[in-house]
Design a protein around this ligand. Structure first.
Ligand code: GGG
Length: 333
């Protein structure tokens, strides 16, 4: 794929990370290779690199990601905080887009689920201000700024408008965290008002119940950082598991794509990890780079395989990662 500005192949940084990241990322790269020509730049991060070098995220990897047109990342285990958070910073990401949808043919607790979480990606409890104050006491400072909340809300308004919508839900817990979530809610609602969009406020605990009972109430859901992480994993449970959820960490000029799942140490190395979330993340990468046709072809192929192709054990099948990936490639239009 040729970058129109530099007139060279798009550079995609590839970081497998740990555990099943080493199985599902190569699968997604195979699919990208099947739909176009990319300049892949492989880089290392995670538990294994830290064990070898003492550093979970070498500077070289950070630079590779910052310089690439986009990045495909797998998963990090114990070192997640030392890898994922700086990688999101490397691409300047302020929002993590996490679509959770049920697919025909996949056994889902809630087959009508089709929700996109827009997760604030820079602050909240993820800001990293933790302290051990004594043998008995540790604390965590939760950071919420009006500017980050407004930036997320502006993205949400554009995202909703692009989908032809006129409203979104705002999840928070401002009845308890009055200052932080109150600030988040006020900023998001005010930006939506300025854009002429309606918002429905939903307390995050109530949201957890409501989405389990009837996910059709929700479409685009704007969340603080940790709530977005937890609630999207909950939604994964409604649609058939974490093997199905892709994500995009979007920044102003760069982006990083990763399956929502982690390293899955219980099945790592067995060749049975579901590659769908990583391949769907690659589809989001293609769309982000402007290759809408290729993105649609990849999504269509994944959907077709989920409906009537080989499936990995998490979806009740006995196929391996390679068989599912091969079937996706065979079904690309
Ligand atoms: N694929 C990303 C990954 O490693 N997920 C595990 C995890 O701990 N994620 C935390 C987060 O997304 O903030």
């Amino acid at each position: 794929m040729v970058n129109s500005e530099s007139n060279s192949y798009e550079e995609v940084a590839v970081i497998e990370g740990d555990g099943i990241g080493r199985e599902v990322v190569p699968a997604a790269v195979e699919v990208l290779d099947a739909v176009g020509d990319f300049e892949f730049r492989t880089a290392r991060a995670g538990d294994a690199v830290r064990a070898e070098t003492g550093e979970a995220l070498p500077q070289e990897t950070y630079d590779t990601v910052a310089d690439a047109d986009a990045t495909l990342f797998g998963a990090a285990g114990e070192t997640a905080a030392d890898v994922i958070l700086p990688l999101r910073t490397a691409v300047g990401s302020f929002v993590n887009v996490r679509p959770a949808r049920a697919y025909p043919g996949v056994d889902a607790v809630q087959p009508e689920t089709d929700v996109v979480f827009l997760r604030e990606n820079t602050e909240g409890v993820y800001a990293g201000h933790e302290d051990r104050l004594s043998e008995d006491l540790s604390t965590l400072t939760r950071v919420v700024t009006t500017s980050a909340s407004e930036r997320l809300a502006a993205f949400a308004c554009e995202f909703v408008a692009d989908r032809g919508g006129d409203a979104f839900q705002v999840v928070h817990k401002s009845n308890v965290m009055r200052e932080t979530d109150g600030r988040f809610r006020d900023a998001v609602v005010s930006v939506a008002d300025d854009h002429g969009l309606d918002t429905e406020e939903v307390l995050m605990d109530a949201f957890a119940t409501r989405i389990c009972l009837d996910p059709t109430q929700f479409d685009v859901v704007v969340c603080p950082n940790l709530a977005g992480d937890v609630l999207s994993d909950l939604a994964a449970g409604l649609v058939g598991g974490l093997g199905l959820l892709p994500s995009a960490n979007i920044g102003p000029d760069n982006a990083l794509f990763e399956p929502v799942h982690g390293t899955a140490p219980d099945i790592a190395g067995e060749g049975v990890a579901n590659p769908s979330a990583a391949i769907l993340s690659a589809a989001m990468l293609l769309e982000h780079l402007g290759y809408d046709g290729e993105a649609a072809a990849v999504r269509g192929a994944v959907e077709s395989v989920l409906e009537s192709g080989p499936r990995t054990p998490d979806l009740g099948g006995d196929a391996g990662t390679d068989a599912v990936t091969g079937a996706v490639i065979d079904r690309l239009d």
